[in-house]
Design a protein around this ligand. Structure first.
Ligand SMILES: [Zn+2]
Ligand SMILES: [Zn+2]
Length: 142
């Protein structure tokens, strides 16, 4: 979809505002998640830190719908630095090859489940083998 230049500029302003809001939200997430069993996992902490850096530095890629303000957004750990609204979730679909690799331990197994952890308004999804999903305390959604 092509957007005329003036609209593009306005959209960028909105995205900047959304990123500002998201940054604030991510700060809250860090506070909310500290002390929980989830945040004690070094791998997950690294992933969250990377996502947070992407938001803070403005390198996060988000769909235009998220420009309207903080809303439920999905982040997929197999697509670092990307956020999508529920409508654009298919843009985060893993490639067929990635579908069978655990994002946490990199093990190749047919038993990958999509696990999701809620951090503030961001639902962080990732592929996890059963032991990793259990280790993270993440509910598995088939
Ligand atoms: Zn969207
Ligand atoms: Zn694993």
């Amino acid at each position: 979809m092509t957007v005329p230049s003036p609209a593009r500029v306005a959209l960028n302003d909105q995205i900047d505002a959304a990123i500002g809001d998201a940054t604030h939200q991510v700060d809250q997430m860090q506070l909310l998640s500290s002390g929980s069993s989830v945040s004690e996992d070094p791998w997950l902490n690294d992933q969250i830190a990377a996502l947070r850096r992407a938001v803070e530095t403005g390198t996060v890629r988000c769909c235009e719908h998220l420009a309207t303000g903080p809303a439920v957004a999905y982040a997929a750990l197999w697509r670092p630095g990307a956020l999508a609204c529920p409508q654009c979730l298919d843009t985060l679909e893993p490639d067929p090859g990635e579908d069978h690799i655990c994002d946490r331990c990199n093990r190749h197994t047919p038993e990958i489940d999509t696990a999701v952890i809620r951090l503030g308004f961001v639902l962080v999804t990732f592929g996890a083998c059963p032991p990793c999903a259990r280790a993270l305390g993440a509910p598995e959604i088939a």
